[in-house]
Design a protein around this ligand. Structure first.
Ligand SMILES: CC(C)(COP(=O)(O)OP(=O)(O)OC[C@H]1O[C@@H](n2cnc3c(N)ncnc32)[C@H](O)[C@@H]1OP(=O)(O)O)[C@@H](O)C(=O)NCCC(=O)NCCS
Length: 175
């Protein structure tokens, strides 16, 4: 199954999200949030509100939403997405995920490269994000794409289970 998925992932395309993708993206977000370890969002969340937020991202001059779509080789369709929002001061904040079963196959790298090129063309001077210190896959992905650790927010985010987590702050200048 994993090797079959790898072949499908290699043929995946990264394209702008459309209205038809939104319910699936909310479902993917729910699935990854349910893992409880990787992203800031926790379940339950307001699906309708999240769908509305995603709908506002694409298409826009200062925001974008791209999906990794595996349909061409008979895959299940969209298995990951990346959002980019450029603040008024020129920094592009990103958030991304790949659903379980499709990770480690290069889709994160491909989506991140598309996001970097989009942010450059949209006039951002820098990209920024935060990741949990235990999220080695994300930290390594970002380092490889030229992000550097700028610092940490210490005991910053309270989780619903009462734990308080640090966050790694990363940035990447855009030439
Ligand atoms: C983080 C995430 C987006 C990475 O996407 P991905 O498609 O798995 O990443 P890639 O396959 O492109 O891997 C890129 C590099 O990251 C590193 N990497 C990937 N998975 C890794 C793992 N489990 N452990 C350590 N490094 C890992 C590797 O260096 C890899 O390059 P390589 O395959 O050439 O060795 C994905 O794992 C994910 O969605 N995780 C859950 C949600 C999440 O953490 N979102 C980001 C929040 S900040």
């Amino acid at each position: 199954m994993a090797s079959e998925n790898r072949g499908i992932a290699e043929a995946a395309i990264v394209r702008p999200a459309t209205e038809e993708d939104l319910d699936g993206l909310v479902q993917d977000l729910w699935a990854v949030a349910s893992e409880g370890r990787w992203i800031g969002t926790e379940v339950p969340f307001d699906r309708e509100a999240r769908r509305d937020r995603l709908a506002l991202l694409s298409p826009g001059e200062l925001s974008a939403l791209f999906v990794a779509d595996t349909s061409s080789e008979g895959g299940p369709g969209v298995v990951g997405h990346i959002s980019i929002e450029i603040a008024s001061y020129g920094v592009a904040d990103i958030g991304m995920l790949v659903i379980d079963g499709w990770r480690g196959m290069g889709l994160g790298t491909t989506m991140l490269n598309v996001a970097i090129e989009w942010a450059k063309s949209a006039g951002a001077h820098k990209m920024a994000l935060e990741a949990w210190p235990h999220n080695s896959a994300a930290l390594e992905l970002y380092r490889r794409a030229g992000f550097v650790e700028e610092g940490r927010k210490l005991r910053h985010y309270r989780r619903r289970n009462g734990e308080i987590w640090d966050a790694v702050v990363m940035g990447r200048p855009l030439p």
